[in-house]
Design a protein around this ligand. Structure first.
Ligand SMILES: [Zn+2]
Length: 265
């Protein structure tokens, strides 16, 4: 883990990249911010999390770090110990954590629950939607630390790295660490209601677009050509053929739309 800081004093804001070692966008955003070294109006902690996995260009070394929280100093896995160190490092910080995905190119925000802070910050970010994980939060960073996660775009793409930089600057502006105003937008809100399991197979296909409603009877995925058909309507989120080992992604329900009338105060 690498830790740096913008400004002086004890940070209550943190920006994290590299929770997953095969998602370089957030790491590049953190490094670029360090290069730019902007003057800040409140101190910001910058963290590059899983350096070992990043070096090997793998999602994780022993286990998925974003399912390993709170971790344990005596854990047998690298990520179990790292999770514990991260929780200590980020304690007391409102945290912005960057990811990328194989499922969707447009950035969106993911929060544990839609509280006042999420409702105020997320509509100020250049994202398309806000997703609440509700009961699918176990082991994730935001089960321990007050965190907004963002999916910055497609894994390994130049666009995802540029998005990560834009998202970070918008976040830091929204929390008053960088000067200026943010642009507010209306955000649709989705809540994950089910994981969509995928059986063992050699090849997987996904036929649907994320955040676009599926009707009963619509085929949405296949494993070795074996078609899976929706029995009720849902919104697919984080759906991809090969993004996860044992699920295609998630079924979500659409809730409200949140708006912001003003920038950060
Ligand atoms: Zn990730």
């Amino acid at each position: 883990m690498k830790v740096a800081q913008l400004g002086s004093g004890t940070p209550e804001i943190a920006v994290v990249g590299g929770i997953h070692g095969d998602e370089p966008c957030g790491v590049r955003a953190v490094e670029r911010l360090l290069d730019e070294n902007p003057s800040v109006e409140r101190p910001v902690k910058l963290v590059i999390a899983n350096e070992e996995a990043l070096e090997r260009r793998v999602r994780f070394v022993d286990e998925d770090l974003n399912r390993a929280f709170p971790g344990d100093p005596d854990a047998k896995t690298h990520e179990g110990r790292l999770a514990n160190e991260l929780v200590e490092e980020l304690s007391g910080c409102f945290t912005f954590s960057m990811h990328s995905t194989q499922s969707h190119a447009e950035p969106f925000a993911i929060v544990n629950e839609i509280g006042e802070r999420a409702k105020s910050i997320c509509p100020q970010l250049p994202v398309q939607a806000m997703v609440e994980t509700s009961e699918f939060a176990e082991g994730r960073l935001f089960s321990e630390i007050d965190t907004v996660e963002v999916e910055c775009g497609l894994q390994g793409s130049e666009t995802a790295a540029q998005n990560a930089h834009r998202l970070t600057r918008a976040f830091l502006t929204a929390v008053g660490a960088l000067p200026g105003d943010t642009v507010g937008r209306d955000l649709p809100v989705y809540r994950l209601v089910d994981a969509i399991p995928k059986g063992e197979a050699d090849s997987y296909e996904v036929f649907v677009d994320n955040f676009t409603e599926i009707e009963p009877g619509d085929p949405f995925a296949a494993a070795d050509g074996d078609m899976q058909v929706a029995t009720e309507s849902f919104y697919p989120v984080l759906m991809s053929s090969y993004g996860y080992r044992d699920v295609f992604g998630y079924a979500a329900e659409k809730l409200d739309v949140v708006t912001t009338s003003s920038a950060a105060d």
